[in-house]
Design a protein. Structure first.
Length: 143
């Protein structure tokens, strides 16, 4: 049975499935940000981008640009289009999601240094996505 499953699910299909599932997450989170007040990460995103850009972007524009960025990543990964480019965009994005740890530690930690708030857990789980993106990007470099 195991041998049959191995044959049925080729390595390429596994990689594509991983890309699609990460793409679905990006698309979903990106689409939420097009509707004010719907994304639970909206306020954190606004505050983080404001701090990162030193207030250069208005909060509304920053969330709109983030929504576009995440949605494009999602569509590219789901459609398996410009895979390497999409993975690089996603890698930059996911690294930036860790900035609140530096910018707003009081929101991220309930008890320093290991007690995470719900928001902190939301951010730290991105380590999984970061690892997957690195593996996928390394795999696309082999092609």
């Amino acid at each position: 049975m195991k041998e049959l499953l191995t044959r049925l699910i080729s390595r390429d299909k596994k990689i594509n499935l991983i890309s699609v599932t990460i793409g679905i997450v990006y698309l979903w989170f990106g689409l939420l940000k097009f509707f004010a007040g719907v994304s639970p990460a909206e306020d954190l995103a606004k505050a983080t981008i404001d701090r990162l850009t030193h207030g250069f972007l208005s909060p509304e524009l920053s969330v709109l640009l983030l929504a576009i960025w995440e949605t494009i990543i999602g569509l590219l990964l789901i459609g398996n289009i410009f895979q390497k480019f999409a993975l690089k965009l996603a890698l930059i994005h996911i690294i930036l999601t860790f900035l609140p740890i530096l910018y707003f530690p009081d929101l991220v930690f309930s008890a320093t240094p290991f007690g995470l708030s719900l928001l902190g857990q939301y951010i730290v789980k991105n380590v999984i996505i970061l690892g997957v993106l690195i593996v996928l990007l390394k795999d696309t470099n082999k092609l």
